[in-house]
Each structure stands twice: as structure tokens, then as C-alpha cells.
Design a protein around this ligand. Sequence first.
Ligand code: AOF
Ligand code: ZN
Length: 356
Amino acid sequence: MLRALELARRAWGRTHPNPMVGAVITEGGRVVAEGFHEAPGGPHAEVAALRALGRRPSAEAVLHVTLEPCCTHGRTPPCVDAILASGIRTVVVGARDPNPAHAGRGLELLRQAGVGVVEGVLGEACVQQNFIFNHWIVERRPLMVLKVASTLDGRLVPPAGQPRDVTGPESRADVHRWRRLFPAVAVSADTLLADNPRLTARDEGPEHAPLRFVLDRRFRTAGHAGLNVFRDPHRGRTVVVGLASELRASDAAWFEAEGVRVWPLPGRPEEFLGHWSARCAAEGVVGVMIEAGPRLAVAMLQAGAADMLFAYVAPRLGGDPNHSPWFGSADLGLSDVTTIPMGKDVFFRGRVRGGS
Ligand code: AOF
Ligand code: ZN
């Protein structure tokens, strides 16, 4: 199953809106075939492994798969049928598929057909690997992850004259890994104008641009031709999100000429984050990592718009005296917490309780 998890991870960021899934076939305890789900619409992991085997599995063959085999016709036929047709008699599964169309039914069908099914092997790791898919397939709205990088006392902005990054290089590299996983990232207009981030993943391979949202209710970034996200080769993946009532024709024309997309949202300012999430859902954007500065971070918490918090915390105290701790007066606990030392920093990842 560890091997299957590794195989699944090869498609990191490339399976949305589908999950990452890996599969391994063994005979007499030896690995004889492997497969993983490479892209949406493509063969599922189980089918990829069966194809890689290229012959009928032996009587003692065991299929190990990180996610419950599917039992419905989607873009591909049900894997349960393929498994039964192959003659495999034992299936070892990591996680149940939270997809309401499946949710244990695949396992049931296999058992009814006399196949031995073992569940929950490395179950927690298999569930965790698909935290974006798991949220999307049940809620049908994007997983909104609030990411902050702060000092021990919650400051996001260092004192004037100090390096802009509060956290260290290991945390930075980790953020780049997430930029490869999440279909989209977001920043506020404040952050874009102050820091001019590129919002791409540049470690571990060629530069990759997720969809890059600029949350800019009043379209203040219009005309700022020097901003990286408006002029780099990935600018077609930049989306400026604002209020329709604030979009001037001249600004719309400027964005269009730059090749930058614009989402003018309906509604009042306080409905902005909700309308943005709904538009993401409509466009199939299943998860967003919001790389927040102080104002956006607290606004997301107050609006209950954050499903998860990713907090990189650096071992230092104090920051710019003009900024108070980023969470404002929020009183917040996390559940399902993962804590990982990251160089000199600590990374906390958890579900925001009471988040929408
Ligand atoms: C995958 N890859 O290896 C497995 C999946 O649209 P389809 O036909 O590709 O079906 C997608 C659903 O299949 C998905 O929501 C999940 O419930 C199930 N399992 N999906 O993309 C796989 N095993
Ligand atoms: Zn399947």
C-alpha cells in the first residue's frame, strides 16, 4: 500500500477534479504490476495496473489500491467490473471513496461476488492524500485553505528593513509543493501591489502556474502593467476577481488587452467571498490555497470562509508595529491537525472548526 501511495503521488496536482489513486498487484507477495491514475478522464489506477500486467492474474493475485474501486459508469466503466472480469479474488483497500455514488458500494459488490476485501490499510494516509477531492466530492464547493506564514506571536509582516519572508527556506519550498497540488491559489490586491509575487511553483521541476486569483473587489490592480502575474508567460492563468458594480469599461478593456481574465461578481461586498466560491464551483475549481496577508486572513476567518488553515510558524517574536496578530479577535480551534517540523519553523495543518 505504501508503494501504491507513492504511485498515486506521481500525479500530484494533475488529477483534479478526480482523486490521486495508486494500485499494485502482487502474486505470492511479489509485485507483478503497478498503475496509477494519471489524469481526469484517463484509466483508473486499478485498470492501469491490470493493463500493465497484460495477462490473467494468477489465482493468488492480490490487488492493493489506495481508494475503494468505483462501481458506476463515469467517464470510464466501473473498476469493480474490471476486477471481477480479471478473476482477482483478493482486494486490499486504503480509503473508502467518499463520493456519494460509491461510498462503500464498490466494496459491497466485490464481497457479494465472493472477493475477499480488506479495508483501511494505511487508511489515514490514503484519506489524507486526497483531502481536496474528499471535500469537493461531498460538499460540491471548493476546499478553501487559508495559508499564513507568521511569527510565534502571529505577525505576518516583519519590521521595516527586515527580509520580507518571516519563515525559512523549508517552509517556502513546502508552499511551492502545494502550489503544484492546488488547482488555484489566491492573493489580495494588497499583497499583489506590495510584494509582486509570481505565485508559481519553481522548485522541483519546470515552473508551474496554478490558476492565480487576485481578490480585488474594486479592481485597483488595473493598469499595473509591471505586476508579474499580469505579464509573465502564464498571465492567461491569472483571474482578477472583483465586484461587477466596480468594473469600469476601461479597466475591463485593459485586462483583456493584457490577456488576463476577469470575474466580475454580483452582489454586495459582504457576499464577495461566497460568490467567489460559487463561481469556482461552477468552473470546476475544486480547491484554492489563499496566501493571505493580514487583512484577507482575518476577513476569511470572520466570514467563516476558510475550511482549513495551513500555518507556518517561525521561531521569532514581533513584527511591524503597524500590524497586530493576523487572526484579530478570532477564537479558533483546529481539528484533524497535522504538525510537521519544517527547518526551524513548524507547520500546522488542520480543519477550521465552525468553518462553513
Ligand atoms: C479516478 N481514478 O483511479 C479511481 C477513481 O469520471 P470517472 O469515470 O473518471 O470517475 C471518477 C470517480 O471514480 C471519482 O469521483 C472517484 O469516486 C472514483 N474513483 N477515480 O479518477 C481512480 N479509482
Ligand atoms: Zn474506477
